[in-house]
Design a protein around this ligand. Structure first.
Ligand code: NAD
Length: 432
């Protein structure tokens, strides 16, 4: 099939590269011309394992092209995916300006039937607006269908998630759209669920909100564990073995972050409010998450007393491992709070250093774990990169001024670190 993807970020690039890999002819478009000129040379501006290789291979095989002309992408493809960003506005509402712009450009440039596939995460009823917008601006009465096809990939394992999804959700309302979308996804050989459009839109927001709820739930449990000396990892394991609950997303820590959960939760609370429903559960999930970040800071203060003028090492900046994405990363809030309290903060991340330089002021960027730990009074692990799980503890102990580890992701065994001579502070590991 001839496919265009409008919006060449994490989702657009992975979608484009994977569909090209499956043998389709794909054009990835973006209104950021700098990004497009890098991509044309095979230089991928984000870190995502395996993506650059896949893009280069498909550029070479001429199955993948890049353009900054949305018009030409619309003219040359029958299937058009919308994968632009939908960031949160100040009031929490999703900013759908990009979606509206793209819908209008599609309408004004389509010269025959088009299947418009909404892949960005959007509030329920957005596809109805896309349909209305296209109907308003389309010329010569060209026919079209709108499909909701939310994306569930995770940064860091995006290619595997895209090609092996638990399910493909297709919200649609015509036989033609159904036939085209199912043949596009059939090669993946994964379960396909066809629903109405509004249900598909709600599946995405409901799934992310539910996952965020699991995280806040286990974080709340971690608070009780700390008070009574229980271990939240044991509690989570015991809960997770119940197949009705499952073990995923029951990891206590510094709270969720990233480009999706915080903004999608806000957007869901906002759209529910507009529809006349006050989403109390999700408001509590959000508050528990904010509290958890403050709680980690409090744990550090409880140990160090005065933060001012102390050197503090932070390992991990990305909101999770295997990505360089810093959007809403809990580490960033923590570091800013420490800097505000007057700490000298040293930081290191295996992949997110370049992006962090533009975001974090008044911190020292270090070249590796040991350089970061050098002369620090406390070492905080804020992202669970494998590199941190495997570090040399005797070297770390020698480098630190004081052997204190705050494990904000619960990646270490408290007993082992204590045996190595560290003071260990985890989340819900039994130390209030
Ligand atoms: P991103 O910010 O990485 O990429 C968005 C791209 O869209 C940017 O390159 C931007 O330049 C481009 N863009 C914005 N407005 C445009 C316009 N009018 N015309 C053309 N291009 C435009 O965002 P992302 O992480 O890829 O997310 C895209 C959507 O997918 C969001 O709705 C997000 O919530 C959703 N999503 C993201 C993930 C994830 O893990 N990142 C997973 C599932 C769903």
């Amino acid at each position: 099939m001839n496919i265009s993807i409008i919006g060449s970020g994490y989702v657009g690039l992975v979608t484009g590269a994977c569909f090209a890999e499956l043998g389709n002819k794909v054009i990835c478009a973006d209104n950021d011309s700098k990004k497009i000129s890098c991509l044309k040379k095979g230089v991928v501006p984000i870190y995502e394992p395996g993506l650059e290789e896949m893009i280069r291979l498909n550029l070479k095989k001429k199955r993948l092209k890049f353009t900054s002309s949305i018009k030409s992408a619309v003219k040359s493809s029958e299937v058009i995916f919308i994968a632009v960003g939908t960031p949160a506005l100040e009031n929490g509402e999703a900013d759908l300006t990009g979606i509206e712009n793209v819908a209008r450009t599609i309408a004004q440039n389509m010269d025959g039937y088009r299947l418009i596939v909404e892949k960005s995460t959007v509030p329920v009823e957005t596809c109805a607006w896309v349909k209305k917008t296209i109907s308003t601006y389309v010329r010569k009465g060209h026919k079209f269908d709108v499909v909701s096809n939310p994306e569930f990939l995770r940064e860091g394992s995006a290619i595997n998630d895209f090609t092996h999804p638990d399910r493909v959700i297709l919200g649609l309302e015509s036989a033609r759209a159904r036939q085209m979308m199912t043949s596009l996804y059939r090669p993946l050989n994964r379960p396909i669920l066809v629903t109405n459009i509004k249900s598909a839109e709600l599946i995405k927001h409901s799934s992310n909100a539910f996952l965020a709820t699991k995280i806040s739930f286990i974080n709340a449990i971690s608070r009780i564990c700390d008070k009574v000396g229980a271990d939240v990892k044991e509690v989570a394991e015991g809960m997770g073995l119940d197949s009705r609950i499952g073990r995923h997303f029951l990891h206590a820590g510094i709270g969720y972050g990233g480009s999706c959960f915080p903004k999608d939760l806000e957007a869901f609370i906002n759209i529910a409010g507009k529809l006349g429903y006050e989403f109390g559960i999700l408001k509590a999930v959000r508050e528990t998450n904010e509290e958890q970040k403050r709680f980690v800071l409090q744990k550090i203060k409880d140990e160090l007393w005065i933060i001012k003028d102390k050197t503090i090492a932070v390992l991990g900046l990305a909101f999770k491992p295997n990505t360089d994405d810093l959007r809403n990363a809990p580490s960033v809030d923590l570091i800013r709070a420490l800097v505000q309290e007057g700490a000298r903060v040293k930081v290191y991340d295996p992949k997110a250093m370049d992006k962090a330089r533009g975001l974090l002021k008044d911190v020292v960027f270090c070249k590796d774990i040991y350089h970061t730990a050098n002369s620090a009074e406390c070492l905080i692990v804020a992202t669970e990169w494998n590199e941190f799980k495997e570090m040399d503890f005797s070297r770390i102990k020698k480098a630190l001024k004081r052997p204190l580890i705050v494990d904000a992701r619960n990646i270490y065994e408290p007993g082992l670190l204590k045996a190595e001579g560290f003071t260990y502070i985890g989340i819900g590991r039994g130390n209030e």
